[in-house]
Design a binder for this molecule. Structure first.
Ligand SMILES: CC(C)(COP(=O)(O)OP(=O)(O)OC[C@H]1O[C@@H](n2cnc3c(N)ncnc32)[C@H](O)[C@@H]1OP(=O)(O)O)[C@@H](O)C(=O)NCCC(=O)NCCS
Length: 213
């Protein structure tokens, strides 16, 4: 706790209940391989290792952020699973709440349990996914390992592994590699290694996979 120079506890009012315990760390902390300059709930913070959250980004409590992932400035990750080695750009929004459009009012004050209702569908981002600046990933979406989401995209549907998807709504433009190369990457399972082990495997694969054929 020595490094925590300022801790502020916020009180959130939801469904007439006070939820106390949302800890907002508004300061720069460097501890245990986490670089944090952002807002995050303590329970999420405690789960993370080797994660970099840039200034102004927000990660909600039940999110799960994989090792070696970084999240750019002013990005928001809400109740979702993000894999290892992901690169998430600035001003990216992932998994923000879905209001039920079939109700008389979409306003969350009329919901029994707003947090549960708004985040009812899951969001999953695979390992080594790169999400470009200002992209939005809606709830209910799964993005496969190794995929790339172009700047400004709005992802409304699942994106397959190693696809490059752009636009509004995001459509697959192409795949990063042919199926043979994807198979080799998958067999190597580099993304399960720590950064030293991953680097070794990637270097071994690089000359073969990055050649122009
Ligand atoms: C998605 C991306 C990686 C594609 O790169 P690429 O494979 O080199 O694609 P190209 O530049 O060859 O473009 C192919 C086509 O897709 C279009 N396109 C590329 N990126 C696009 C985007 N983000 N949104 C909409 N269309 C896009 C191009 O206009 C082009 O269309 P055309 O064939 O009709 O001319 C890149 O454009 C991008 O968006 N990068 C994100 C950068 C970023 O946000 N960085 C943050 C740092 S973490």
């Amino acid at each position: 706790m020595k490094l925590l120079r300022r801790l502020t506890t916020k009180i959130i009012r939801a469904n007439n209940r006070l939820l106390v315990g949302f800890i907002s760390l508004k300061m720069k902390i460097k501890q245990e391989n986490i670089i944090l300059t952002s807002d995050i709930e303590l329970k999420t913070l405690l789960k993370m290792q080797h994660v970099k959250l840039m200034y102004g980004s927000v990660v909600s409590g039940n999110s799960d952020i994989g090792e070696y992932t970084y999240i750019g400035r002013y990005s928001e990750v809400c109740e979702c699973k993000v894999g290892r080695y992901c690169s998430i750009g600035n001003w990216v929004s992932i998994g923000i709440g879905d209001h039920d459009i079939n109700k008389v009012s979409t306003n969350s004050i009329f919901m029994e349990d707003p947090l549960k209702t708004l985040n009812s569908s899951s969001v999953s981002i695979g390992d080594d996914v790169w999400i470009g600046t200002k992209a939005t990933v809606l709830r209910g979406v799964t993005i496969g390992r190794g995929a790339v989401i172009g700047a400004g995209a709005v992802v409304t549907r699942d994106i397959p592994p190693y696809a490059i998807a752009v636009g509004v709504p995001a459509k697959v433009l192409k795949f990063r590699f042919d199926s043979e190369k994807i198979k080799k990457i998958e067999e190597s399972k580099w993304y399960n290694e720590d950064s030293t082990g991953a680097k070794k495997i990637i270097n071994m694969l690089a000359s073969e996979l990055e050649s122009n054929d």
